[in-house]
Design a protein around this ligand. Sequence first.
Ligand code: ARG
Length: 279
Amino acid sequence: MTAVLPRSSVAVAPGRWTATRRHYLMCPPTYVAVDYAVNPWMVPSAPVDRHRARRQWETLRRTYCELGHRVSLLDPLPGLPDMVYTANGATVVDGVVLGARFRHPERAAEAAAHRDWFRTAGFTRVTEPVFVNEGEGDLLVAGDVVLAGTGFRTDPRAHTEATRVLGRSVVTLELVDPRYYHLDTALAVLDPTTIGYLPEAFTAASQSVLRERFPGAIVADPADAAVLGLNAVSDGRHVVLPAQASGLAAAPAGRGFVPIPELLKGGGGPKCCTLEVRA
Ligand code: ARG
């Protein structure tokens, strides 16, 4: 396991990579647990060490702060052990909040907690969706479009709903491997026109869509994807990704490595713990 690199070693790449300051919503892993299994990563008999999870989560939060980003916190609620994965709670574009609707009843109540947070924070355009969508787990903003996953969680009808609510065109991508059940486990948006992804996680049709749209994409090594290395958060220049994904370290972008193995037990990496608030 690679240790957290000091701030000074977050590499900065030359060329067109430009960082922009982001606002992220995170939720402390106070009640994190694997009490149920809704993805193949979750093994309820394997205990989660909440103290370690908290320390690792703190490292992630601190990394964002050191990169100059703003981090807001959602209050954790007892009985919602997956609430630490805030990416699933909403999708926010230009101040418009498309709320989530979870596939599994165990996570259903997280959706209202997110909507309430946004309303309290002063967002006036907050929609409760009709169809199942698991927020930025499956809806990833890349420049002017939203890359939208389906196959395991988000209902394809939610893609049309996202277009209507967010006013962005949506590119539907179909996932086929249960380990990569959310789009953000198989594809990372690095800047508006650059992505990294694991082709095998998609249907042949979706692979051609991706090849055509992103000819310069970084094709991830299956070994990196298998430690959720694509569950990365980019500010356009610095890419924060799980420390275990050593191969992706060769990607042409600045990088920060954040080891959060306790949170991997729930099937999530850095991106899952991070919801971008695009005001
Ligand atoms: N245990 C959670 C679930 O399966 C993990 C969610 C991970 N989040 C993500 N954005 N991929 O729903």
